[in-house]
Design a protein. Structure first.
Length: 119
């Protein structure tokens, strides 16, 4: 199994920056993809960004392209989300997720970390 623990959320003013971290433990060698999602009350969970653990290829939602950067440090089993130019609409609970090779859906989820952007 795989365990994920997020950190780094908080309160920031619009235009500010935050860096989220996700420490991965367990059978990390089985992981193919890692990603960040976010969710606000009453809305479905929304994809933010993803990264291939082995190759390092990245994908972003249109709403964060150019402002957020996803990265990973395999030696530290940690994934990051550097968020800049934050907007009030970025306010959400952010979750990290992972899936194993040959899986189509994200299987393992962290507990979430709150990001609040004030105007």
């Amino acid at each position: 199994q795989v365990q994920l623990i997020e950190s780094g959320g908080g309160l920031v003013q619009a235009g500010g920056s935050l860096r989220l971290s996700c420490v991965v433990s367990g059978r990390t060698s089985s992981i193919d993809m890692m990603a960040w999602f976010r969710q606000t009350p009453g809305k479905e969970r929304e994809f933010v960004a993803a990264i291939s653990r082995t190759v390092g290829s990245t994908w972003y939602a249109d709403s964060v392209e150019g402002r957020f950067t996803i990265s990973r440090d395999n030696a530290e089993n940690t994934m990051y989300l550097q968020m800049t130019g934050l907007k009030p609409t970025d306010t959400a609970v952010y979750y990290c997720a992972s899936r194993r090779f040959s899986r189509n859906a994200y299987e393992f989820w962290g507990q979430g970390t709150q990001v609040t952007v004030s105007s």
